[in-house]
Design a protein around this ligand. Structure first.
Ligand code: AP5
Length: 224
């Protein structure tokens, strides 16, 4: 496959970050998780962080113009010439159209939009037990993927925290926002023939195996 340009779609807590980290290791491609970029900006007190914080705290989407600029610049970098993995972008039809326009300008197209599908009940179970490393954003779950030592990241040794937007009332708003603003992208990518659905409910390793198998099939189809 000449390039691998991937988008990870799915409700909050479906496992986009968990699978995105693994895909990044598999393919050694630039991986851009918009939530991680925004949280780092909030932590570092940047102008972007100041703009984004109030939206994120409520579980609302940050305005499209802010997000589009951020991603358009990243997919244009030379390090993304073999491909990229986007997690959490696009999240609205306007963002999807802007990404298509940018890729068109670069003479490129998306390879696949991978939908990691889980129920709302599963989202709530997952986000109530999630722990995130404060330094690099590595992800754990107290029940499904526990760290070896409580509250310490296995990978970089930083402290683990509960994300501010994992409070139950904020999670409910994030789910509402997902169904209203982001779910229409399933039809958007289906219409373009690049949607690939993956059942996100089995354990993480099984989901990874399904995604790897799906990408291997895509690669074979490219070579036919
Ligand atoms: P963002 O950080 O992108 O949040 P999200 O999409 O709500 O997704 P999450 O990070 O919560 O979940 P995930 O799918 O990555 O799941 P994870 O792997 O962690 O965005 C945050 C905010 O930023 C937004 O609300 C918005 O304000 C703003 N924003 C970001 N992008 C934007 C955009 N493009 N436009 C506008 N605003 C934007 O897994 C969850 C838990 O489940 C973990 O504990 C994990 O260990 C566990 N787990 C994962 N997989 C499994 C499995 N298969 N079985 C059991 N447990 C599992």
């Amino acid at each position: 496959m000449p390039e691998l340009n991937l988008v990870l779609l799915g409700p909050p807590g479906s496992g986009k970050g968990t699978q995105g980290e693994r895909l990044q290791e598999d393919f050694r491609l630039p991986y851009h998780a918009t939530g991680d970029i925004l949280r780092a900006a909030v932590r570092n007190g940047t102008e972007l962080g100041a703009k984004a914080k109030e939206y994120m705290d409520r579980g609302d989407l940050v305005p499209d113009d802010v997000m589009v600029g951020l991603i358009a610049e990243r997919v244009s970098r030379s390090e993304a010439s073999d491909g990229f993995i986007l997690d959490g972008f696009p999240r609205t039809t306007a963002q999807a159209e802007a990404l298509d326009a940018k890729l068109d300008e670069l003479g490129r197209t998306l390879t696949a939009a991978i939908l990691i599908d889980v129920s709302d009940d599963e989202v709530i179970r997952r986000l109530s037990g999630r722990r995130t490393c404060v330094k690099e954003g590595h992800i754990f779950h107290v029940e499904f993927d526990p760290p070896k030592n409580d509250d310490i990241c296995d990978i970089c040794g930083a402290r683990l925290e509960i994300r501010g937007d994992d409070k139950p009332e904020v999670v409910r708003n994030r789910l509402r926002t997902y169904h209203e603003k982001t779910e229409p992208l399933v039809a958007y990518y289906e219409d373009r023939g690049i949607l690939r659905r993956v059942d996100g409910s089995p354990p993480p390793d099984e989901v990874t195996d399904h995604i790897r198998a799906m990408l291997a099939t895509l690669k074979m189809e490219e070579q036919l």
